[in-house]
Design a protein around this ligand. Sequence first.
Ligand code: ZN
Ligand code: ZN
Length: 442
Amino acid sequence: MSVAARFVRSVGALLLLAAALGAQGRVAGDDTAVDTTPTPGAIPFERWKAPEPQTGELLCGTCETSGREYFERDPQWEGHLDERTTESGPTWRVLHDSELYTSDNYGLDWTACDRRKAPSIHDLAEAHYAGEVARRQAWLDERRRVDAAVRAKQPLVHIESTHFVLAWGIPKVKTSAKKTYRMHAAAMLYLERFEQLYAEFQTLFELEDRMNQTSKHFVYLFERQSEFSDAAPRYTGLTGSTTVQRMSGVEQDSSLASWWDKGMYSSDDDYRRHLSYSLIKHFTSDLYDLRWFEPGELGLVPPWLNDKYGWLDTGLCHWFELRLPGNVISYSMREQDTTSRWKGNDWRKNILKAAKSGDVPTFAEVITLPTQSLTAKENQFVWSWIDFLLARDTPAMGKALAMTKQEYATRDILKECWGLSVLGFEQAWTDWVLVAYAPTKR
Ligand SMILES: [Zn+2]
Ligand SMILES: [Zn+2]
């Protein structure tokens, strides 16, 4: 079977599987089948429906025989909620939030009714309440271990969403739009950006969670270097000066630890771009669907692209980074000499000029280099090569990434996904650049 056919087959199987799981998910509760206790951040939700009281039980006017008494949240908390950017998006939702859990009543807007007129229903409500409180407290206790590990001066904000577990120690963020976000709102702002990036990555390349090893990325972000230095070895197994990343593996989490070095990332835009650049590596590494392989066949080990497909790895990271507002300042700090630069901040201009004068690195050579070996100049070219390929066929990148995990040669990937040969690549790319990067007339 061809790679393309195998890939397509996997997607089909995934959709079927997802449909089956979706149908199943609605009835499978934790302890009881009827508990639809809202998960914080999920909107909208259906209010819990109590079962019918047993024969002989009385109706309860206080709780309308639901066992639950709802109340308005503390207005202060409501105000705080308004600070949030959004609670969820179409592809994700907030699952846990330390600030919500440490607010009144663990952030729940109901308690078990204490008038025991219909004991079967009130027992159920009490059990649900105790279970929900225990669940929230257990998550909080686990996350507070990070606070202890980094000797945080004030409690960190912890938020878990569908694809990220964020530990946040940055007291406030001011955006380029001059809007200031206090600690929890700032954490939500970044979490939402991460989820948007994740969704964009999947949508553009037609990828699914089911193709990943974990689909969960642990992110630890701090204000101070000392906190980072405490967290990095513990949660990534690595040490470094600004940002360290460990990719997901058989028995390890995908995790990134960083501190906001204002000397390096002076603005919110800059730090966001740096983190976006960095997270794309986690997404491409995590992509590893066992169904792409024949039984017993081993895929790309380790599963990251930087060793064998450095140009793809780096080009993709830059491509997502450059879609965001702000200046180009972010090279991969781990791999790149941060002082080395090639020309100005406008990469399109640089590339166009170089393409016109034929000052272009040899494609056939650069595609053999690992990420670490790429020069500042080559960084800009691999970005443009990816820009060209995605303009030619964006979803083909999903297939290309699957092929890297099956260790196909770059020439086979180019041919299968974009109908290009290694020899023909440079000319096709040059022709495209001369048009696509030409200054637009106003
Ligand atoms: Zn009642
Ligand atoms: Zn909050």
